[in-house]
Design a protein around this ligand. Sequence first.
Ligand SMILES: [Zn+2]
Length: 293
Amino acid sequence: MKKILLILIVLTNTVFASLKVDTSYSTLGAIVKEIGKDKVDVVVLGSSKYDPHFIVPKPSLLSKLRGADLLVINGAGLELGWLPPLIQNAHNRDIKNGAKGFLDISHSINMIDKPTSVSRAFGDVHAQGNPHYSSDPHQVIVIAKAIANKLIELDGENHTYYEKNLANFTKRWTLFLKSYDMDAKVCRGKKVVQYHELYNYFLKRYGVESVGNIEPLPGISPSSKHTLELIFKMKKNNVKTILQDVYHERKTAKFIADKVGAEVKIVPHDLGSVDKSDTLEEFYNTIKDQICQ
Ligand SMILES: [Zn+2]
């Protein structure tokens, strides 16, 4: 009897020791795991194989949101096309915008490409600035701190656990960045064209010049007029690299590459979207290698 009771106590503790954390994307999920470790159960809502602006809002995501103690989002409009109706229909007060269990990481980030006036010059999907800040490995520490603060706020009893994990992770990541930045020196001065402006934070950090985009505006499909102008611009600037993600059509990039003698590089936009991008280190190394080699 005593044994059974003991097992029950252990089981109950194991079950209730975890905070259920939902994140919109895989990179955020991996950072939550680094800080929360055994104290969190992480669910990633949006598969990294799809366009982060337009994840399919499957009904199965509702039950995941219903059981969550914390929802961590990228913010800056990246989830606007799919997540708000899901949050609305999940009826979980704890994770609604503004609730204690809601964390918008973009509030901790220095956003770039912010529109200076109210116009659609940056397209509909980047109306609040460029939301793809996680392409820059230096943002990882900023994200980790924001997550640690939120976990401590929700689960103060375990604050030393989260603080220790944050300290260890920061130490490991700082070392990683040191050699990463050294290696990334080869990127400086390189010229590239992107399909969608997914890598602006990386390009800015490491001095890569973005000469143009296959999309005329973020979220707008390529037109033949724009494609011909881009080919002309690439020839004039001697651009030999096109950055392509896994979820947009590849025909346009191939067509342009054939015309100008450029190479199409498949670059991960989120953890797990391509081979060799399953850990944070692999993900950032592959971004660097694909863009700069
Ligand atoms: Zn975008």
